[in-house]
Design a protein around this ligand. Structure first.
Ligand SMILES: [Zn+2]
Length: 120
């Protein structure tokens, strides 16, 4: 897997997308706290609201853990986190750190593809 494919898959997998041309100050305004990043992740993962990965139920309660909120399904009791199944789950890095990484990867990709496209 080349670098392009690898980073694209990372972004697609998490569903995190930044608007085109988002500046760094703009980015910092939108994603400077864990809460903002969590909300963005939640939207990316469950655009229509919580969906239990086990029973597809909508009803859920929130369990507050040390780091991230957990979503507990009222139907089957399954607990889901926003980062489950992503690379973010395996690390102790904060969400804001991950978002910055994704943002910078996106910026680098944009720069690289415009360089590749321009005739030399
Ligand atoms: Zn469930």
């Amino acid at each position: 897997m080349d670098w392009h494919t690898c980073t694209s898959q990372l972004m697609v997998h998490n569903g995190i997308q930044f608007q085109n041309g988002l500046s760094l100050p703009g980015f910092q305004l939108l994603y400077s706290t864990e809460e903002q990043c969590e909300a963005a992740l939640g939207k990316a993962r469950w655009p229509d609201g919580f969906r239990c990965p086990r029973c597809i139920g909508h009803e859920h309660g929130l369990v507050y853990g040390r780091r991230l909120r957990r979503y507990q399904c009222r139907n089957c009791g399954h607990q889901a986190t926003l980062t489950a199944g992503t690379i973010m789950q395996a690390t102790k890095l904060s969400l804001t750190t991950w978002f910055l990484v994704y943002y910078l990867i996106g910026q680098a990709k944009t720069r690289i593809s415009s360089r590749e496209l321009s005739p030399t």
